[in-house]
Unconditional design. Structure first.
Length: 294
């Protein structure tokens, strides 16, 4: 069932894409966008992401039955503190932050029974309303992370499905441990590989011409916002440290095998990677076949 009025705070890639998807799919009666600059609001209206725009978030949430916080993850708790007293009775607040434990604890404390954490597993190395896409969420998993005082899940899960995504219910802590390995670590690896290749380029300029498919595949997300990933790392510190330690252990094994010219050890290293990818891809395919995950 479509919400009568949805307020999106933050009209970057995710906020803009949510607005465009809501409008294109008829999943909201009215979409109000909040941004810091009038130019952003004008572009959001031009691109069909919002019906109306406002520079005043406090006033904007007053008429909404759903508020979606699409701001940097370290800013979500600040926005919750600011907006909670002005959210209408009966309205629900959600977010799209990449880490959930701190956000969910704050949201459910301030808005018991009216906050439900969320995280769409969709994005791009590009940013801003200019990169927004109404089909960004098509087929993507969208984690919903209820804590003990969460808002009812079903209405928001229905909206997520209306945007083409697939709801996935996870406790906040499990979500954070999972994305540390599946999302945050790959971004760190991409940045590290990009830096190593840049160093090689400084010594051997021809490296730029030899940076082909493998380089592009691994480093695509290295073009993402450093500020965004700074905040992600700081808000998922313990889980990310564990993932980094595990990566260092695996790479240490490879280094030792290469140093010793241990052919079998090198083969085992790449074999584990191949087998691990196959297991995860198989689980991913089976999950798609089942539809909504619970």
């Amino acid at each position: 069932m479509a919400h009568s009025s949805i307020c999106i705070v933050g009209l970057g890639l995710l906020g803009g894409s949510i607005g465009m998807a809501l409008k294109h799919r008829g999943a909201a009666g009215r979409v109000l966008g909040v941004a810091r600059r009038a130019e952003s609001l004008a572009l959001a209206r031009e691109r069909g992401a919002i019906d109306e725009g406002s520079l005043d978030a406090v006033a904007a949430v007053g008429g909404a039955d759903l508020v979606v916080l699409c701001v940097p993850v370290r800013a979500i708790t600040t926005w919750l503190e600011r907006l909670a007293p002005h959210v209408p009775a009966g309205a629900v607040v959600t977010d799209v932050g990449s880490t959930k434990s701190e956000v969910v604890a704050t949201g459910e404390r301030l808005l018991p029974g009216r906050f439900l954490g969320g995280h769409p597993m969709a994005g791009s190395e590009r940013a801003g309303i200019e990169a927004a896409d109404p089909d960004l969420f098509e087929g993507a998993w969208w984690a919903l992370t209820p804590g003990p005082d969460a808002a009812p899940v079903a209405p928001l899960a229905e909206m997520v499905a209306a945007l083409g995504a697939r709801p996935l219910m996870l406790p906040p802590g499990e979500h954070d441990r999972a994305v540390a390995a599946t999302s945050h670590l790959p971004h760190a690896v991409a940045a590290a590989v990009a830096a190593v290749v840049a160093d090689a380029f400084a010594v051997v300029p021809a490296a730029a011409h030899l940076a082909a498919g493998s380089y592009r595949d691994v480093t695509r997300v290295a073009a993402s916002s450093p500020e965004v990933w700074r905040d992600v790392c700081l808000t998922n510190r313990e889980a990310l440290l564990g993932a980094l330690d595990a990566l260092a252990s695996h790479l240490g094994e490879l280094r030792a095998a290469v140093e010793k010219q241990d052919a079998e050890g090198i083969e085992r290293f790449f074999g584990r990677g191949r087998e691990g990818k196959a297991r995860v891809e198989d689980a991913h395919r089976r999950g798609r076949g089942r539809g909504r995950a619970q």
